[in-house]
Design a binder for this molecule. Structure first.
Ligand code: TMP
Length: 207
């Protein structure tokens, strides 16, 4: 059985990644692939319960280390129970956010050192890294505006614009540093144009 590939989807809030996920899945399925679509934090029963704690606006602010460790606790569960078995069975895994979100939000956003995050990444993931990362890039102001128009702000959406500028910048830096893995989508464009970019990117994976 050929092992599947891990594709992660990243971007600031309101960049359109979740909206476009079914389209990405459909494009991959056209290549006769079996897809597992999942998300972080979450993806398992325990992980979804951890997600509730992480995003609940009503809880008091948590220490940044607690936040980081909860992200990786949910990720450990996700990897062991869902992602690894799917990859081993030949499925391609399409994951709405993964460890690069920890570098962007807990690293650049909260100020935790990237080396510390790398230690957790090594511990929880071993050698596993995404095969491809699709970055939906939009300026933080536009993205946050879209996200906030959807309803009550979660704990992250309550952060100020500087926080999201740092998050976006960190994603762009990671894209620059990993050009073989990253594909950057201009998410300021309309839906039809974003989907055209996605078709092109996905076709390129099979060229
Ligand atoms: P979502 O907006 O994609 O549903 O994700 C929920 C929030 O979780 C989002 O604001 C980003 C945040 N997040 C982190 O801060 N670190 C992480 O490692 C992950 C996976 C998500």
């Amino acid at each position: 059985m050929t092992r599947g590939k891990l594709i992660t989807i990243e971007g600031v809030e309101g960049a359109g990644k979740t909206t476009n996920l079914p389209y990405i899945q459909q494009q991959l399925e056209a290549h006769k692939l079996r897809i597992l679509h999942t998300r972080e934090p979450g993806g398992t029963e325990v992980g979804e319960a951890i997600r509730e704690i992480l995003i609940a606006p009503a809880l008091p602010a948590m220490h940044q280390d607690t936040e980081l460790l909860l992200m990786f606790a949910a990720r450990a569960e996700h990897l062991k129970k869902k992602i690894e078995p799917a990859l081993s069975s030949g499925k391609w895994v399409l994951c709405d956010r993964f460890t690069d979100a920890s570098y962007a939000y807990q690293g650049a956003g909260r100020g935790i050192s990237l080396e510390r995050i790398a230690q957790l990444e090594g511990w929880v993931q071993g050698a596993l890294r995404p095969d491809y990362t699709l970055l939906f890039d939009v300026d933080a102001h536009t993205g946050l505006g879209r996200a906030l128009s959807r309803g009550e702000a979660d704990r992250f959406e309550q952060e100020d614009i500087d926080f999201f500028n740092r998050v976006r910048q960190q994603y762009l830096t990671m894209a620059d540093n990993n050009p073989q893995r990253y594909r950057v989508i201009d998410a300021s464009a309309g839906l039809a144009e974003v989907q055209q970019q996605l078709r092109h990117i996905i076709a390129g994976m099979f060229a």
